[in-house]
Write a new protein. Sequence first.
Lengths: 248, 248
Amino acid sequence: MSKKIDIRLYIDTTLTINGLIGLSQEHAHYLGGVMRKKVGASVAVFNGRDGEWACEIAEIKKRAATLRVIGRIKEQASEPDLMLAFAPIKKARIDFMAQKATELGVSHLQPVFTRRTNVERVKSERLYANAIEAAEQCERLSVPKVSEPTKLDDLLASWPSERMIMFCDEDLSGRSAHEALSTLTDKQKTHPWAILIGPEGGFDDTERAAIRAMKQTVVVSLGPRVLRADTAAMAAISLWQSAIGDWR
Amino acid sequence: MSKKIDIRLYIDTTLTINGLIGLSQEHAHYLGGVMRKKVGASVAVFNGRDGEWACEIAEIKKRAATLRVIGRIKEQASEPDLMLAFAPIKKARIDFMAQKATELGVSHLQPVFTRRTNVERVKSERLYANAIEAAEQCERLSVPKVSEPTKLDDLLASWPSERMIMFCDEDLSGRSAHEALSTLTDKQKTHPWAILIGPEGGFDDTERAAIRAMKQTVVVSLGPRVLRADTAAMAAISLWQSAIGDWR
């Protein structure tokens, strides 16, 4: 395994030495048709639980292929428990948000309908496909969970008491995220967390009051410019990761 | 001016009360053809120097229009001196980087050719057009300066002694950005700064050594995942802004 393997696939299956993995039609086409790989070529595989494994192509046809598992390259590492709860936005931007959030290391994508949300449907499978692709490319060993959309009121009503909320409020009354995250207690840092991002146009006043009233909420400011929802999400994740996540 | 003005234009001209502004063909088409605005409609204008001004459409035809300046809505605010020096990447991603960097508040975009840069040409006008559009949309009162591309060696050779460098090194030896920025001296915080981002595949070892040898350099880590160049740029700008820029 001295040569770097240039293809990484997420496959939700058990990985054991000498095990055989039957690939989906899409993966077979990608390996053979797109990447022109032949029998014997190396492929890395991860399943989100058992680390990353080197495999070789045992058999490849147009619509089917089999990998043989050679050995483990990387141990599974634990990752921060960080949910991104976000109001759905338009197609290109929501794809982008799922990709970038995965790259930046969130563990759970939760679409949330708010009063000012303009998008009526969210395709969770599509979000998940974007997350998988990003995980394969950024050398992550896991794929974030993607939940079905829910209403903000319902999400807050069933909010777990231990999960802290980093709420990026647009009214500038919050402290800077850097400062707010610097002054958390050690206990607060070890809790599971969520970042809450509103739609373009923001949460309405009732929603803001409800979020601020939660005892888990830490209100932060992302500065004086009007950030798009996807930009705000990326900024908030970066700030959280660097202050209390696994960028430390 | 009680009603919020929904159109903001960047126009590089002097702004004074009752002054008349002759618009470009593109702006005239945008106002009349795209936004369907008529004589008397409100438009906000900024020039990067004099704040934001309310104007009304004094005359509008298919290819020409004139605005009359009514009065100032916002004073010009000072902005942090933050350069983003980045290796050019592919077209869609470089457009995106210019837009997002503008939204996040950089003052200067400097494309830099490195040894592993795969893109041979950069259209600075195109970067500038993206920056203007983003500035108009995010309610910024300025547009970042966009410089012609330069070679990394030349850039470092003429680097101003007072401009600090936040260098996002991929080898993970740096401290987290949060920690590194938290421990700067007050004097260092007030210096002009630059964020230095490599191409996909990173700087080569010679380049890394040259950057690390600069006395202005602060090495930071953006965590264990492989970030795309545009993601790394956005993360770094967010961290800088929240720790020592104008998100405080």
